[in-house]
Write a protein that binds this ligand. Structure first.
Ligand SMILES: C[S@@+](CC[C@H](N)C(=O)[O-])C[C@H]1O[C@@H](n2cnc3c(N)ncnc32)[C@H](O)[C@@H]1O
Length: 252
């Protein structure tokens, strides 16, 4: 009961991050998260996952066993939940690679998928505007805990110390290498990028689509641009080291 109460309280605490599922806990630990609580209501399953996927992390000592089913029907299928302290957000300074900017994202699952691909591609950070918390538990579930791999934070306004590249359906694909320190701005799911932000941009780029297709999913668009960016090779972006995280459950 005490553990469940701690978990409930953590969901309301902006200083804490709730990690749902074994992959999220595993990534968070690999990227240095300060985990204050970890629990499972299926200890045999958690022990098996720990042995198979993360024998080095000492999860058997960390995970507190709960009564079977105690986490409820909505818990992650790996039956693991954890709480970590949120790192303080500091915007990545120029010279560290491209930053992904999401204007007023509405769906935490999209934010999580963006953080996941940004971490994988070696981006310097992800910033969001608007009222949604990018550290929402659903976003952390979508990122599989990779919020701990790079700076992720909500900002009142987009930073102005980087070249602003607006990513907009219908714009021309980039003809030259993107600035290595670009702030890559993506619009909100339904309405797209605000005219004010597009007008401020130093460059506008688009991803070609077959006629009749109006747009890509937000996280898909971010993935295409980041990997196109990496493949130019001129920014040195693709040379950034990628940390090996080991095998993950295939259905994570
Ligand atoms: C679901 S889309 C928004 C669609 C919106 N109706 C529009 O016209 O922008 C979310 C964001 O993904 C990016 N996006 C999606 N498809 C794109 C494409 N083909 N080219 C460039 N950006 C795209 C844009 O930043 C867009 O604002």
């Amino acid at each position: 009961v005490a553990v469940l109460e701690q978990l409930r309280a953590a969901r309301r605490d902006p200083g804490l991050a709730v990690l749902e599922g074994f992959p999220a806990l595993q990534h968070a630990l690999r990227f240095g998260a300060d985990v204050v609580l970890a629990a499972t209501d299926d200890a045999p399953l958690a022990a098996r996952l720990a042995t198979e996927l993360a024998p080095d992390l000492g999860l058997d000592r960390l995970l507190r066993p709960l009564e079977p089913g105690a986490l409820g029907p909505g818990a992650h299928h790996t039956r693991v939940v954890a709480v970590a302290r949120r790192p303080a957000f500091a915007a990545p300074p120029p010279g560290t690679g491209p930053v992904v900017a999401l204007e007023d994202p509405r769906h935490p699952g999209n934010v999580g998928a963006v953080v996941r691909v940004a971490a994988a591609a070696g981006a310097a950070g992800v910033v969001t505007t608007g009222d949604r918390d990018p550290w929402d538990p659903a976003a952390l579930r979508g990122s599989a805990g990779l919020h701990f791999a790079l700076p992720v934070g909500r900002v009142p306004a987009l930073p102005e110390d980087r070249p602003l590249v607006a990513v907009v359906p219908g714009a021309e694909p980039p003809r030259t290498a993107l600035a290595p320190d670009a702030l890559l701005a993506f619009g909100t799911e339904r309405a797209g990028l605000s005219p004010a932000l597009a007008a401020r941009a130093d460059d506008l780029i688009g991803i070609p689509m077959r006629p009749g297709v109006s747009s890509l999913n937000l996280a898909t668009a971010v993935a295409v641009v980041l990997y196109a960016f990496a493949s130019t090779d001129r920014s040195g972006f693709s040379q950034r080291s990628i940390v090996q995280t080991g095998d993950m459950p295939t259905d994570s």
